[in-house]
Design a protein around this ligand. Structure first.
Ligand code: TYD
Length: 133
């Protein structure tokens, strides 16, 4: 599947931990937007879309959650539970987020501004889009 789990360098010492992410070094694209998802109820499933062009790096900086990924051929569930790990999605992949822990905070770094026309929110349209690519 066209996604990668990236590992970030931890700068830890007796005072605690620190992770720094730099554009192009750790974030593999020019970033335009950051948003975060928090206070999500554990029985909530969200996402249910794919993006045509947008690249995203998804980091669960606190708690944990699962992400169901489907590229039209393969399906996979990735658990994010470490702030030193980021899920990099760079091609049209259907995603659904679920199983949020109470304290889960998901930070998403995106390559583009919020644009509804980049979203595919219907699964059958997603499969049609892949056919046409
Ligand atoms: P939504 O796309 O439903 O989130 P998810 O894919 O995680 O289920 O977004 C929720 C609301 O937030 C919706 O009204 C659109 C708005 N929104 C923005 O205004 N800017 C953004 O960058 C994002 C991601 C969402």
């Amino acid at each position: 599947m066209n996604m990668k789990l990236l590992q970030f360098e931890m700068h830890g010492d007796e005072r605690g931990n620190l992770i720094a992410l730099e554009q192009y070094t750790d974030i593999p694209f020019e970033m335009k937007r950051i948003y975060y998802i928090f206070d999500t109820l554990s029985d909530v499933r969200r996402g249910f879309h794919a993006h045509k062009e947008l690249k995203q790096l998804i980091i669960c900086i606190k708690g944990s959650c699962k992400i169901f990924l489907d590229d039209g051929y393969e399906k996979e569930i990735v658990e994010l539970n470490s702030c030193a790990e980021g899920l990099y999605i760079y091609s049209p992949i259907w995603r659904e987020m679920f199983d949020f822990s109470d304290d889960a905070v998901l930070i998403v770094i995106a390559s583009g501004y919020y644009e509804e026309k980049d979203y595919i929110r219907n699964y059958d349209e997603f499969l049609d889009y892949l056919e046409g690519e």
